[in-house]
Design a protein around this ligand. Sequence first.
Ligand code: ADP
Ligand code: MG
Length: 549
Amino acid sequence: MTAAGEMTGGRSDAAAPAAIELRGISKAFGPVQANRNINLRVPKGTIHGIIGENGAGKSTLMSILYGFYRPDAGEILVNGQPIAITDSQTAIRAGIGMVFQHFKLVQNFTVVENVILGAEDGALLRPSLSKARGVLKRLAQEYQLNVDPDERIEELSVGHQQRVEILKALYRQADILILDEPTGVLTPAEADHLFRILEGLRDEGKTIILITHKLREIMDITDNVSVMRRGEMVASVKTAETDPEELAELMVGRKVLLNVEKVPATPTKPVLQVEGLRMIDDDGVERLRGIDLQIRAGEILGLAGVSGNGQTQLLEILGGYPPKGSKVEGTVTMNGAPLPLSGRGCDAASRRRAGMGHIPEDRQVEGLIMDFAAWENVAFGWQDAPEFNRGWLMDNAAIRSDAADKMERFDVRPRNPNLAARNFSGGNQQKIVVAREIERNPDLLLIGQPTRGVDIGAIEFIHKRIVELRDAGKAILLVSVELDEILSLSDRVAVMFDGRIMGERDPASTTTGELGLLMAGVTDTKNTPDDQGIPPEHAHVDGLPQEPR
Ligand code: ADP
Ligand code: MG
């Protein structure tokens, strides 16, 4: 990543006209005060970050700015002029564009068709496709967006679809662009490219509002950053004058340890051994193409990779529920005993009895029964444990008090065992799953995306518990798309691409650049010229020329 923040941190002089100014904005949804008396000043020609935990009120504030919601109170000024933004057409006319988290593109239309669709021209004034195509080509070139106007949306990668959303806003002459969590769906290379695009737009005088919960993104490309917590704006600072620790503390309201503290691993005997694991799915596609790996007691093997490269299938097979209709080959042994990979004995319950725990990738589907109470979910999968059974009756009182105890120790909020799982926030749902799996003290813990959608306060907590389990001599397989998470937790890092392990690296000596290349399928990263690990001949990982840094 670049040090753009440092170079441009001084742009926020108070004399510059504010592109956006919010005064005293409040908005409640029933009993929830989503925004409370928010003041915000975004100087023209800057990249302004808005950071905050899930539920802090960021999206609500931006939806007010874009005319989706009317505020209960407060005033909006665009370029110094007070304006009532009653709907998104008003916002667009005021020069505000929004790049949505979930793209609103018509899949079987082309880029140019999507851009014209719904543009403020009215059916009669709609410009001809060829004219629009010309404008798009110019815009795409000017801002290095590299999108072919005639390509169909369904042919485009997620990163390119996002660029179409940006083009759409630019086509409508947006001067102020709002991006709500834009990198959640991108690979590191795509995210990097997006940031270069945003910097280009900023340098042309556009104003960018970037919403994210990722501190690194804020530090990388914003000029200023505002922090929201529980509906309030708690700080606005120049990025160059703050640091991740301070921002994290502002977001959470207490000091947060951003770096995982751990001593070097002291691995002992092999716990999990995977040899020649292959899987062909019900469409006949080979999803796993011969996976070999070993994890010993007392170590964390991190498995990095862009999602969709076989990690999910690997976890499902190891966890005892191979994808329906799939054919699995190879051997998996745990503590020396072979694990069945299909048929009898290949199920989650048998795996648990063998000493395996599993924090699945998709907690809402695999990890929790959303309509069941927290206490039932904490006990889920362990109903047959002796301590929960008296004769043939399940001892609900024992299960309930055990659950309450675990919720206490894992700081699940609210601490109400009777509340249905769906009524907890994502981070607290995850803590319920983590509590259940870790507290069973498994010999091997499979973990998929442990902190997806989880706030930094809870991330700190979950990471600590994982390291404690390792230090108690357990084997851990950690699958995550977050490279930072992989690098800070793992004792060894393997990278998965297209159903294969591309290579293994020592997290202490590798770089995100090197891992990023492996994640893109480039194997020869050993002879890279610098510590960024990005040789020019490999700068096309994303199918796009990389701009000079
Ligand atoms: P963020 O984007 O920072 O994660 P949001 O603005 O989405 O936060 O949400 C702020 C709060 O408002 C949350 O408690 C959320 O549940 C609530 N909220 C957001 N949108 C709605 C809505 N349409 N109806 C009811 N509550 C909402
Ligand atoms: Mg949001």
